[in-house]
Design a protein around this ligand. Structure first.
Ligand SMILES: [Zn+2]
Length: 58
């Protein structure tokens, strides 16, 4: 579970000061000012996205 998130984080490094959005349906992560209109992975609507908080350890 954590490993999958770590892999996506490595694939898409987050720019400084840019919020990271997470699709609550499939777990897709993207760093941008606003969430995508539709998830490119599962086609979930924007409202399905939430701010993703990176944590060190745990
Ligand atoms: Zn999704």
């Amino acid at each position: 579970m954590r490993a999958k998130i770590a892999a996506q984080e490595a694939a898409e490094p987050r720019p400084a000061g840019m919020p990271v959005w997470r699709c609550k349906v499939c777990g897709y992560l993207c760093a941008r000012e606003k969430p995508p209109g539709v998830c490119p992975i599962c086609k979930a609507q924007r409202e399905r996205f939430e701010i993703f908080h990176f944590t060190d350890g745990g």
